[in-house]
Design a protein around this ligand. Structure first.
Ligand code: ANZ
Ligand code: ZN
Length: 804
């Protein structure tokens, strides 16, 4: 055959697949379905990087294989196109973000197309398309009407560089996730989504899905369910109680002081009683400059001020204890106030040591007092209560229960569950996002737009620059801002904040099922058929953001009968990153960025696909290797040459029959179990057998290229047509194997006399015992000189003749 020219072959088949709409999902709902999903990309100006093809190829393999297995497969692609980088680029280059987005999408699409993915391009979606974001706004209205979207004055994480408010999830190590600038706190009125109302459902739902364990764990930790109690401490001379949250109500007798957060409302309320108000105020000012993240840091040096003039009373011991203000207590968690138990909480211990506050041990180690001079004693498992009146002698667990009973009985507290999860800050003071479809009317307050007025289009503005006072550029568009109230018809102002980038991706997988629908977000029949997504693969970095947000929206839509399943994704896996040759992250500054276009140009899409799947265990990070790429190219060249040694037989040859069945079995299961690398290795192994033999039957070659097709679809399709097989390879059934033919039946076994090996014979595992023994004795006949006492045959393993 002529030499393998990937350029000709790949272009040819990509055109044919387009013409034939080869990979369109059908609306034939009688067929079994399979919905494979990868996270749609943000179409950045940099284009595709070599990290993208790893997950895309993996699920392309699954999708192609499932189609061959007779499934109606949905494997869609689209663009998560709102967001800051595009807006920033637009500002810098004075081009409308819409135009930037169009250009970027065009480039991305061209790149993805050149990789031969079997996406159903007729279902392409773009989150910035008004026909799409109409439904994003529609979902927002539903949330608003249910009281799950609300406006709140709150201190937010503010990035002074991006000039944008950030959700907790977008703050990494105290800095803006995007630009790395340290985040400051700023009080703003923000739209919030009540994801906390779904905290329990989001935890419980994890029981019913097949997610890799580390995804489940990190979702649980992020939600951070904590079981404890709230307890009222009285303040001497006041009606008000100071309510605290604790997970260790068993230690109440050890509470030697209290701490309130600098933002605690009682400070202002009792300003007149507080003698050192100036000091307190100065401290509050200082604290306001820190992020919650910095304040909660365990290792940090504790600071604080005693509140001079207010005294609390421990409700169980009756002792008077001081109240302090410290920034290690956050207003955003529990009640914003704590009882400090320095003997058993390390933060309290650090604080007590620094400010010389009393430390009283109330938990012992199995009844023995422990040394708490060096650190707090926090072990719960061995803890037994001491110095605690009616709790003495109880284990920590029993003491908690008993204390809760006591609190209930005396009406000074009760059991309480808290979550680390915060409500989702849903407004951004930026231009390039979905407008929030709400107006503000002096008389009626916040009023939602009528559904029939959706989409609320993003208006054209002159400048996309965010304003220094933190308002969106839309605020400057008075024509657009001033409107009438849908409720009373009076003058009203439009909301000028837009939705965060995470909005459009919170439901996009629903739209793929019916992307052109103008009546509803998707036809209920389509949703019923396609949901849940059978397999969703995406980055670990999206576990606490996108994955949690989209599960939240889905659960809400399920409660509203819009979607038919309580969970959106049945299975979730995650891929490892692709690093540079040196094992470091690829980045412009390191100069180690590989452009997939160059690889496709020089070696071909099939080589890139094969390489990215062969690079290593799918869930682990892997370093790029140019030699590895060349190795995969050589593999495909050898596959190409198999045509030259093909014979006409339509059966597997006797000597390779078992290996063929084994390979089908292994590849079939490896491709379903994230073991793409070992599946490909099995194909490489059997390729060696063919080349060594210098012959391959037509049946063998046909099966071989069918198995390789999901990985390297162009070259295999070309070989298929060249060896005179009719139709298309992508339309062929996936090869099947017979279990019985996957086990090697011919084996070599040892023949022993009195446990010592004297020879070997080659037998069939199924051969009857008599036959094996006869063959064995014949093999060693000149050594059988004594009396045979016993003849032992361990089937398929060994023959032992016992002689005297
Ligand atoms: C007394 C105590 C004694 C505590 C003890 C712990 C150990 P998680 O598990 O994270 O929910 N806490 C409560 N509200 C707080 C706030 N707003 N800011 C900072 N810390 C706060 O932790 C709950 C524990 O964290 C609570 O239980 C409280 O300290 C502290 F031996 O109360 B504990
Ligand atoms: Zn009104």
């Amino acid at each position: 055959s002529e030499v393998y020219n990937h350029k000709v072959v790949e272009k040819k088949w990509q055109d044919i697949w387009d013409d034939e709409k080869a990979f369109a999902a059908t609306n034939d709902y009688s067929k079994p379905k399979y919905y494979a999903l990868v996270e749609f990309p943000y179409p950045s100006g940099q284009g595709l990087h070599v990290g993208h093809p790893r997950p895309y190829t993996a699920l392309d393999i699954v999708a192609r294989k499932r189609r061959m297995q007779g499934y109606n497969v949905l494997y869609p692609m689209g663009w998560d196109a709102f967001g800051l980088p595009t807006e920033n680029y637009a500002i810098k280059n004075k081009i409308h973000p819409k135009i930037v987005t169009e250009q970027n999408i065009k480039h991305f699409k061209h790149q993805l197309h050149s990789l031969g993915y079997s996406f159903d391009w007729d279902r392409e979606i773009d989150t910035t398309d008004p026909n799409y974001y109409k439904w994003t706004q529609w979902i927002f209205l539903k949330l608003f009407k249910e009281g799950l979207a609300y406006k709140k004055e709150m201190p937010i994480n503010w990035c002074p560089s991006c000039k944008v408010g950030l959700a907790n999830e977008e703050v990494v190590g105290g800095a803006c996730e995007r630009c790395g600038t340290p985040v400051v706190r700023k009080v703003k009125s923000e739209w919030m989504l009540k994801i906390t109302e779904y905290a329990d459902k989001l935890i419980q739902g994890l029981e019913d899905v097949d997610y890799i364990e580390r995804v489940k764990t990190s979702q649980r930790n992020w939600i951070g369910r904590s079981k404890g109690a709230e307890v009222d401490f009285s303040i001497k001379g006041k009606e008000d109680k100071l309510r605290i949250y604790t997970t260790r109500c068993d230690t109440l007798f050890g509470a030697t002081y209290m701490v309130v957060s600098p933002e605690h409302p009682y400070l202002d309320k009792y300003k007149a009683d507080i003698k050192n108000w100036d000091e307190i105020e100065a401290y509050r000012e200082q604290a306001s400059k820190k992020s919650d993240f910095e304040r909660a840091e365990l290792a940090k040096d504790k600071t604080g001020v005693a509140v001079d003039g207010l005294v609390a009373v421990n409700p169980v011991s009756g002792k008077e204890i001081p109240i302090w203000v410290s920034d290690y207590v956050l207003m955003s968690y529990g009640t914003g106030a704590i009882m400090a138990v320095p003997a058993h909480d390390q933060r309290d211990w650090d604080f007590a040591k620094k400010f010389n506050l009393p430390i009283v041990q109330v938990v012992s180690k199995d009844g023995e007092a422990v040394d708490i001079e060096k650190e707090a004693f926090t072990d719960v498992a061995t803890g037994v209560m001491i110095n605690s009146d009616f709790l003495n002698g109880l284990s920590v667990k029993d003491a908690k229960e008993k204390m809760i009973e006591f609190l209930n009985e005396h009406k000074i507290g009760e059991a309480k569950v808290n979550y680390k999860l915060r409500d989702w800050v849903f407004s951004r003071q930026r231009y390039w996002g979905e407008p929030i479809p709400v107006v503000h009317c002096e008389k009626c307050g916040y009023v939602p737009l009528d559904e029939k007025d959706l989409p609320l289009l993003l208006p054209e503005v002159e400048s996309y620059m965010p304003t220094d006072n933190g308002e969106s550029p839309l605020a400057a568009m008075t024509d657009w801002v001033n409107t009438t109230c849908p409720c009373c018809g009076g003058p009203a102002k439009r909301e000028t904040d837009t939705m965060p980038q995470w909005a459009g991706s919170s439901w996009y997988f629903l739209r793929y099922t019916d992307p052109h629908n103008t009546e509803c977000l998707a036809d209920p029949e389509a949703l019923k058929y396609w949901l849940p997504v059978d397999w969703y693969n995406g980055g670990m970095e999206h576990t606490t953001l996108h994955l949690l947000y989209s599960r939240f929206w889905h659960k809400f839509l399920y409660d509203k009968n819009v979607v038919p399943t309580p969970e959106p994704y049945q299975k979730r896996t995650s891929h490892g990153m692709i690093l540079g040759e040196n094992g470091e992250k690829m980045s412009k500054s390191r100069g180690n960025v590989i452009n997939p276009d160059d690889i496709v140009e020089e070696f071909g899409a099939d080589t890139l696909r094969t390489y990215e799947m062969f690079i290593g265990a799918f869930d682990l990070a892997a370093s790029w290797s140019d030699d590895g790429v060349k190795g995969c190219r050589r593999f495909l060249e050898r596959v190409w040459k198999l045509q030259d040694i093909m014979t006409d037989e339509d059966v597997y040859s006797k000597d390779l029959e078992i290996k063929m069945h084994q390979t089908i079995k292994k590849v079939s299961s490896d491709f379903e179990n994230l073991k793409f690398n070992t599946g490909i290795a099995a194909l490489m192994t059997i390729l060696n057998d063919f080349t060594k033999k210098k012959s391959i039957t037509k049946a063998e070659l046909s099966t071989f290229i069918t198995l390789l097709n999901p990985v390297a679809p162009h070259i295999t399709e070309e070989i298929w047509s060249k060896i005179g097989n009719g139709e298309r390879l992508y339309q062929q059934p996936w090869p099947t194997f017979e279990e019985a033919k996957t086990v090697e039946s011919v084996v070599e076994i040892a023949v022993q006399i009195n446990g010592k090996t004297k020879g070997t014979i080659s037998i069939n595992k199924q051969d009857p015992k008599d036959e094996v023994l006869a063959k064995a004795k014949d093999e060693i006949k000149d050594k059988l000189t004594g009396n045979i006492i016993k003849e032992i045959y361990v089937p398929g393993k060994i023959v032992n003749i016992v002689m005297k």
